[in-house]
Ligand binder design. Sequence first.
Ligand SMILES: [Zn+2]
Length: 124
Amino acid sequence: MNEPKKTRGWIDGEHAIIYQRCEQCGHSWYFWRSFCPGCGVSEPECLEASGRGQVYAASMVHRAPSQELRTHVPYLIVIIDADEGFRLMAHGESTLTIGDRVQARFVEFGSRLIPYFEKTDEPG
Ligand SMILES: [Zn+2]
């Protein structure tokens, strides 16, 4: 699970959420960078996340941003506080509310594979 990753996870079609962590200051984040936004150290490590976290915010989308996604509306966009300490935006089941514990799985959305969060009873 904590092996350094060379791919970008689901963006490359894999069933994985990749994040970065700085060994120097312990900061972790989601969007790929070549240096730590906390302390500036270069080449932070890339790790695979557990996919577990908590809903920080949730917003229902009623208008599709593209023709391809029109059949999916309405759908829920969530912001997840991952257990590893970073925050990401993703899709989730429509009944999710703020504070719910969630676990990611991966689904086809349009022509892409995306992380999709569902409620879990597992404690944090
Ligand atoms: Zn750092």
